[in-house]
Ligand binder design. Sequence first.
Ligand code: NI
Length: 171
Amino acid sequence: MAIREILTDEDPALHKKCHPITQFDGKLSDLIDDMRATLADAGGAGLAAPQIGILRRVVVLMDENDEMLELVNPELIGQEGEQDGLEGCLSVPGLWGYVKRPKKAKVKAQDRKGNWFEAEGEGIVARCFCHELEHLDGHVFTEHVDRIYTSEEVERIMEEEERKGGKGIKE
Ligand code: NI
């Protein structure tokens, strides 16, 4: 198990369509283990294989119980409602933007052995499903934003929201 380098947005790997996984073998398990270690080390909400330079349809993300979910060949099969909130990406460090996403999202995916299953997410998890699945088609959240915010600006917005007694910007 190894922590891999997370590529930034400038890397061509972040802008390519990834290939499906067809072999559910030890190599796939090693990749998923490395992705888990890399995500845990970075403390992010999700990581897609192209972010470590592997053009395969594999995602790991944190679910609502704060447990890591592994999605191989994931597909969005349902969505409901809408939410607007700040989003960031491990490949776009220190920058944020408001992105509209469905409030609820449902995916089907395979596990590391090839078994299909379904998973549902709400709020941040739904946002994460959409964000990570987009990475597999070469897209990054910055394509959806009108304006980019720095971490300092985000902090200021959060403080302002708190002062107003709002529920915050991230759900
Ligand atoms: Ni990302």
